[in-house]
Ligand binder design. Sequence first.
Ligand code: G1P
Length: 290
Amino acid sequence: MGISVAVIPAAGRGTRFLPFTKAVPKELLPVGSTPAIQCIVDECVDAGIDEIVVVTSRTKPSLGAYLTPSPDLVEELRAAGHAAEALAVEHLLRDVHVTTVYQDSPRGLGHAVACARQQVDGRPFAVLLPDEIMGDSSLLRSMVAVHQRLGGGVVGLKAVPADQVHRYGIIEPSGEVDGAGVVAVRSMVEKPRGNAPSNLAIIGRYVLSADIFDVIEHLPPGAQGEIQLTDAMRVQAEHGPFHGVLSDVTRHDTGTPLGWFQAVVDTILDDPEIGPRAAAWMRHRLDAGS
Ligand code: G1P
């Protein structure tokens, strides 16, 4: 069985993007003309997922509005002769059913994921952190394939420099990484202080079995006083199959202004229409500044 449902935790305040996030959720930050959340939705659809549960906050009504189909807008565009634009808007959410649930208090990633328990309804599911924008869906697709082949939980991994490990969930491998980038996970720790078990960081993509909800329910607060998904996954890894998939996919952390800027630059430079002119302008701008 493949994975048909994904959970996107998106209830955060977006403090690093204030004052912008006073009124607009950071998940709607445009990467080119596409809001970050749409990149995540597209990645899900590309990996065969057709149901998405977005965990959001009542303070972010425009996120829910974006994720609702807009037949009136489509009609309006069509009537005004904008057929291509109408089709583009119509296609945004065509292949996926999106529901929203609320996380009323920010109690950590594990708690956010648990808010989607009812909608997940016992199925294995994916989790995608919307701050991480991937260049394509290859990592998620590989993770789904590993789950199908080996069962249990799967996390997406990237090797990070030693001075960065304290920013991530870090796994303890129980063997070598194989030729396909797959590694068995013995344990993991959230934001290690001091000795880290490896430099393999969890990069915001997960495939999990639904029994994680029972584990989360009994979990004490962990790092930063929050209910950590990493702590729940560690319990699972101790009791059953758990794997990581190491990937070199392009990845941007759009949760920080620099990461967001890099994602925008990549997207604009790859755009056949404005990319060449943007590149020329950037060269000019950098020459003038140096
Ligand atoms: C979260 C997870 C962490 C993971 C990281 C990836 O941390 O808790 O395990 O490595 O995302 O970006 P956050 O960045 O929300 O503090």
